[in-house]
Ligand binder design. Sequence first.
Ligand SMILES: [Zn+2]
Length: 465
Amino acid sequence: MRKIAFTILALAALAACARETVRPSAPSPPPNVVLLIGDGFGVGAWGLGREWSRHLGRDFVMDRPEAVGFLETHCADELVTDSGAAATAWATGQLTTRHTIGDTPDRLPLLFERLRTADRSFGFVTTSRVTHATPAGFYAHASHRRLEDSVAVYLAPARPTVVLGGGRRHFLPEAEDGARTDERNLLREAEDAGFVVLDRFEDPLPANRPVLGLFSSSHLPHELDREDGEPELSALAIAAIRRLQGEGKPWFLLIEEGRIDSACHDHDGPGVAWNAVRLDRALESVLEEVDLSRTLVLVGADHATTSPTFLETAHSESLDVVTASVEEMERRIFEGEPWAGTPRALEERALPVLDAAVRHTGLEPQDLDRMLVAKNQYERRAAIGKAISRRFGISFISFRDHLSSSQVHGHTQEPVPLRAWGVRAQEAQGVRDHAQLGRWIADVLQLPKGEPARSADTAHVATPD
Ligand SMILES: [Zn+2]
């Protein structure tokens, strides 16, 4: 009996030893996530970008994902989302109504709020205004995406580690060349709250304090209009990643190429191609920079816009002649005002601009008619874009509404690709909606559930897209 007892004790001791030897080491930290978003980056814009990239002699990096799936592009109340509702769904894991920023039926907390609660590092880089719908959905609450002055109020209190983009006007009062009517200087307030505020890009970014870099009054330029010395999106992205890595915590970074959508709305085929290549260059840099055994890298989109495509007669090399975006051509021709002169005078004014920018030397009567009846800059751009893209053999989904409304127009329902590299990349396969993508990202980040968000702030002045 004593022998049996001894044996049991010995076995128990051995079992304890065995448990000792297989005890897992300290749990590894949660993974990092980089979410690259092309606003309006549907299959058509991808097609233009990859053809142009090949012509430039570079492989399109996003053609080699570890896994690819698709995103459905509806929101809670409409068949086709806008950027605000899509971003809110990514940030909360719940669909919401079109044009809403950061509010959902269950008032769920936003990703940045949860990241802050979990003591992570996070931020975003965008070629749009930092108050524009896609980034805004991650940190702000507003009943409509156009309430950008209101959105700006939420940025510094969200305590991002790094924010780089455009949109300075929403942080400054009118008296200081801003757009704010409440006389607040949010840049000064941000500095008082500990931020380093930059109006020119610095590489490396300042360490030890959060960084708010606003490099333009409104959006950053289209890639075609970017001047020498102005930072590339890939440079901003890498500087932001290094800044986040320097914090020594798990991190999340949103990188938005926000001008693909603008170029699609403008029917600016060359502009779409160039901006898509800009997104792909940013992805290439990200994949070289991060440790994919510790990081999930995603490339997605909120929706497609106007579904551009090369027609069978087109040649991508024809884009070689282009030196400016449609947005820039419109600025040079109209200087911010509707045309007040005769059609003949408009033609004489427009042709030298189009010749210099795209070697376009003839306008058809319908092109001039569209420019003359256009009620705002968006309609004038679409009119110019139609003329020049036809010449390059690039078509867009087109119906009269595109030239008679300054509201969100031209977003389409087609599912958009979701590409993935790194940690849990294979789970990108299949078809999911924007809310399911948001829940997956939060799961990869291993975020604890947060408190409900506050209700939308509707008190501020609307601004145009
Ligand atoms: Zn759009």
